[in-house]
Ligand binder design. Structure first.
Ligand SMILES: Cc1cc2nc3c(=O)[nH]c(=O)nc-3n(C[C@H](O)[C@H](O)[C@H](O)COP(=O)(O)OP(=O)(O)OC[C@H]3O[C@@H](n4cnc5c(N)ncnc54)[C@H](O)[C@@H]3O)c2cc1C
Length: 348
């Protein structure tokens, strides 16, 4: 999947059958009616093997379904939650070529026209876009109003004027699709607005605050996968007449990695627990993503080192996990943006 930069549809169907594509969706709407914490656990578990599959599940649950559950009208929930739990992948389209960290400088326009909004613009870097049947799109009804113009709405794949563009050729999480989304006079019913017109910034801020706990979980899972490989390999690989894991220097490196990993995991679980308990969690969410993504880079790098030359080739899984780890410091807010959030929270 990494080589071909593709997730086969039968595997996605298995994720739906497992119930991990609609974790918080009520049972009455076909979901698993579990909690956000369970979504975090699913993302962590899947990331041990493949962080690309995990991010597909992560975006579906922590961003798309989460936004619908929190901001959708009863009608929007009835129309979309059963589909998202059953067979439809969702995507979350905020970023553009000119607006990443400064997300609310987005240029995609939404013009109010009778019972519709008419969208024009280009979204970039949209995870799941290749597979998605629905998109949560952020556009502005009034560029002069700054963030107060931002509006979120649900756009169907196949709507006239909505086209998925080219797939990015990436360093890591290669199987996960990342595409452009082109909107040209794309008419969306006003009933598809999430929250209120001009209040989309709240949808974005609040879902991304939660979403980054999921990215923390992705980083914890992939680091655990890499550490498991490293432990197994160093116990098997013999040099100087004994297993590499018998050298105390190697044992200490593994022990330090396991300790950092445990710290990151507890930070992620704590943020998820606070979120489910309705307690403030923004600082903890930013901290867990910042720490877990930096930890994942260190732990996967160590795993590559401990495989020696075999760590540098594609015959073994650790070089892939090392490449996959890098994205954790970039998406859903770069590390600098997490630091900015943490600083704001502690300085008041
Ligand atoms: C694989 C992948 C998947 C993605 N999936 C999605 C998705 O599904 N939906 C979506 O909407 N977006 C998605 N993104 C976009 C992602 O969220 C952005 O790339 C990210 O927020 C950074 O924005 P940028 O790329 O424009 O970088 P920039 O904002 O241009 O940042 C460049 C550098 O400047 C630094 N910087 C910027 N502002 C500041 C500041 N104020 N203080 C200090 N440093 C600063 C940053 O930390 C970074 O190091 C994805 C990106 C990738 C690569």
């Amino acid at each position: 999947m990494d080589e071909q930069a593709h997730i086969p549809r039968p595997l996605i169907d298995k994720l739906f059958n497992l119930g991990v594509m609609g974790i918080e969706v009520p049972e009455a709407q076909g979901g698993s009616e579990a909690q956000f914490f369970h979504a975090v656990l699913a993302v962590e578990a899947l990331s041990r093997v493949d962080p690309s599959i995990a991010v597909l599940v992560d975006v579906q649950n922590t961003l798309v379904i989460n936004a619908l559950l929190r901001w959708g009208t009863a009608d929007l929930k009835d129309r979309y939650l059963p589909r998202l739990a059953r067979d439809t992948v969702g995507a979350y389209a905020l970023s553009e070529a000119g607006s990443g960290s400064d997300a609310f400088a987005l240029a995609t326009r939404a013009i109010e026209s009778g019972d519709s909004l008419v969208l024009n613009g280009r979204k970039l870097w949209i995870t799941n876009a290749h597979e998605a049947g629905v998109f949560i799109v952020f556009a502005t009804v009034n560029p002069d109003a700054g963030y107060r113009g931002i509006t979120a709405c649900v756009v169907e794949r196949g709507s006239a004027g909505c086209t998925v563009g080219r797939k990015e050729d990436k360093l890591g999480i290669r199987a996960s699709s990342t595409c452009e989304l082109l909107l040209e006079d794309c008419r969306v019913p006003r009933a598809n607005v999430l929250g209120e017109i001009g209040k989309g910034y709240k949808v974005a801020i609040e879902t991304l605050d939660e979403g980054r706990i999921g990215i923390g979980a992705q980083m914890v899972g992939l680091a655990q996968g890499a550490l498991d490989h490293a432990v197994r390999y160093t116990k098997e690989r013999k040099q100087f007449g004994k297993a590499v894991a018998d050298f105390q220097a190697v044992q200490f490196e593994l022990a330090r990695a396991a300790t950092e990993l445990e710290a990151a995991r507890l930070m992620v679980y704590n943020a998820a627990r606070l979120r489910d308990g309705g307690t403030p969690f923004v600082k903890e969410a930013a901290m867990c993503k910042l720490f877990a993504s930096e930890m994942a880079e260190r732990v996967t790098s160590l795993a590559v080192n401990l495989y020696g030359g075999y760590g540098f080739v594609k015959d073994y899984p650790v070089e892939k996990l090392y490449r996959d780890a890098k994205i954790g410091q970039i998406y859903e807010g770069t590390s600098n943006l997490q630091l900015q959030t943490i600083a704001k929270q502690i300085l008041g």
